[in-house]
Design a protein. Structure first.
Length: 72
């Protein structure tokens, strides 16, 4: 996963992030509106991105969640 500017890119898809909204009570957590495309499909979803305890990122969206570690 790569997060660069307002785009988050996964192995076979990418999402343009907009409308960041802080999540009350969660330091550094932001909820985004995501416009995504991949494998010939397009879709919209909400996405929560927040720092992990290990200097990575937690990414949560309806139906899935993952922790990504920072590349060294």
């Amino acid at each position: 996963m790569t997060l660069a500017g307002a785009t988050i890119t996964f192995y076979e898809s990418a999402c343009r992030l907009s409308g960041p909204t802080p999540l009350a009570g969660f330091d550094g957590a932001l909820i985004y509106d995501a416009s995504c495309a991949g494998e010939g499909e397009t879709w919209k979803e909400r996405m929560l991105i927040m720092p992990s305890f290990t200097d990575g990122l937690v990414v949560v969206s309806p139906g899935w969640a993952n922790v990504y570690e920072r590349c060294q």
